[in-house]
Design a protein around this ligand. Structure first.
Ligand code: UN1
Length: 493
């Protein structure tokens, strides 16, 4: 069945626009959805409709908004299998992982439904008598959320759920190659009782989205931009927001390192490298980029790692496989360019490189040993099933290597030495550190985000994301009946 997907603005469907086909990457001849893409004007219209709906929504008491979030969680949970099947069909994510992805939405709702009854402000003593100070969290207004398709439903919910809970309206622009999954999630949100217009969904290509955002920011229709995607596009979004005096929430790429110390459990490290390097076909922002292994255990680690890679199953994402096809033909084309970064001084394991024969966008897993700190393969994100390996001799050297690419999202260290764990944690520039665990697989209530080329320091998930979707308002209340001047009329003892 081919679905027809259109943007929904202020509760109304936008039926005119440019046609786009979202296809199944396991069988590219199968169209999953026919999508109608809108343009910059449509995007700005969606922001206008959201802006009109936001004020009413902000007046709904936060605990009641929390109940809507609870309903969303229940609806998503009740539709878990159907949503996961669709994710698998549309982007080729193995079904078991797709189930986990849907679980992550439910976890996010579980966390934030209670926040509706907290959303705390503070009372603060004044320097003067008969005067009290308060702080309140107030919604920012309209959030424009632009998301990637590798986590087509979980990562968007990291924005949508807290933004709505905090009293904002949201315009969501999902990746068009994951349009059907996104639209299915949108319908579950809408069915949970969100007033029309509070959440809009817009499908548009990258350039029209950028132009639409520029227009909406210029007209004061958007007060927060959330963006998950590549570092290159994130930089553009950041510059655009800067021109409009806005600080976006940016969740960008990673070149996530795994340090394997000489005292590491090498079987565990190899298993972690397999999962984070090749799970999701290496298409997570938290995917492993380079294993930085101590020279004394390099050979023993590499043997275990390549054995594990060799026995990994790749294929139909409905089956029991480590990974399925790449997300979309554009990702496949870009990944083939990255494969060109392999150099003659590299050792390529365990076998063939490139596309696996057949219809789907399947690629062989590649381990590249002997990468050097100046190699492109060491420095840049590859977003595909390829992992580099390099060696070190001291922990300081390993930390320098881990930081060298200039990203700073996730990282991991395998060791049984607590001193090494803490020295690594202090030295690594990453926003997230795993100990004896893989670089990917963050939980929904810990701060998620990166530094450097991985983002602008903003954090998602858990209570930390509230600072993205609310602003602090300070209030002072003087009940002395006279004009008390701060700094000038400070109470004397
Ligand atoms: C992403 O790839 O954009 O930590 C996010 C993880 C996932 C989220 C990845 N829970 O691997």
């Amino acid at each position: 069945m081919t679905r027809q997907i259109v943007s929904v603005i202020g509760g109304d469907e936008l039926t005119s626009g440019t046609p786009y086909a979202s296809v199944n990457p396991a069988r590219p001849s199968q169209t999953v959805a026919r999508v109608t893409l809108t343009d910059a004007a449509g995007f700005a219209d969606a922001c206008r409709a959201a802006s009109a709906a936001q004020r009413e929504w902000a007046r709904v008491p936060a605990p009641v908004r929390g109940r809507v979030i609870a309903s969303i969680g229940r609806l998503v949970e009740a539709n878990t299998e159907a949503l996961a099947r669709l994710v698998t069909e549309e982007i080729g994510k193995p079904y078991a992982e797709a189930l986990g992805e849907v679980r992550e939405i439910v976890d996010t709702c579980d966390f934030f439904l209670g926040e509706g009854r907290r959303l705390y402000g503070q009372t603060i003593p004044s320097e003067m008598p008969d005067k009290s100070l308060f702080t309140f969290r107030v919604p920012v207004g309209v959030a424009a959320v632009v998301t990637a398709g590798n986590f087509p439903v979980a990562v968007p919910s990291w924005y949508l759920v807290p933004a709505l809970l905090c009293g904002n309206a949201v315009v969501w622009k999902p990746a068009e190659y994951a349009a059907a999954s996104a639209h299915a999630l949108y319908r579950l949100f809408a069915a949970a009782g969100l007033p029309a217009g509070v959440l809009g969904i817009v499908f548009a290509d990258g350039e029209q989205t950028y132009a639409g955002l520029d227009r909406a920011l210029g007209e004061g229709l958007v007060q927060k931009v959330g963006f998950t995607g590549s570092s290159a596009v994130g930089r553009r979004v950041g510059e655009l927001c800067g021109r409009h005096l806005q600080s976006p929430c940016l969740e960008l790429g990673g070149k996530n390192p795994m340090v394997v110390m000489p005292d590491a459990d090498l079987d565990l490290a190899a298993e972690g490298a397999l999962f984070s390097g090749f799970g999701t076909a290496g298409q997570r922002c938290t995917s492993l980029g380079t294993v930085i292994v101590h020279e004394d255990v390099h050979d023993a680690f590499l043997r275990r790692f390549t054995d594990a890679v060799r026995s990994a199953k790749i294929g139909d994402p409905n089956g029991d496989v480590l990974y399925g096809p790449l997300l979309d033909h554009r990702f496949a084309e870009r990944y083939e360019e990255y494969l060109g970064w392999i150099q003659p001084h590299h050792t390529v394991l365990p076998g063939p490189v490139g596309r696996i024969d057949g219809e789907g966008l399947y690629y062989h897993p590649v381990v590249v040993d002997g990468v050097r700190p100046d190699d492109r393969l060491f420095l840049e994100e590859t977003f595909g099933p390829i992992v580099g390996v390099t060696t070190f001799s001291t922990l300081d050297e390993a930390i320098d290597l881990a930081n060298r690419p200039g990203y700073g999202l996730s990282s991991s260290i395998y060791t049984s030495d607590p001193k090494a764990v803490f020295r690594f944690r202090e030295g690594v520039s990453a926003g997230m550190v795993s100990v004896n665990n893989s670089t990917s697989g963050a939980e929904a209530h810990l701060p998620f985000g990166g530094n450097g080329k991985s983002g602008n320091g903003s954090r998602q998930s858990g209570m930390w994301v509230l600072d993205q979707f609310t602003r602090w308002q300070a209030m002072n209340w003087d009940y002395s009946g006279r004009l008390q001047k701060a700094q000038m009329d400070v109470a004397e003892i």
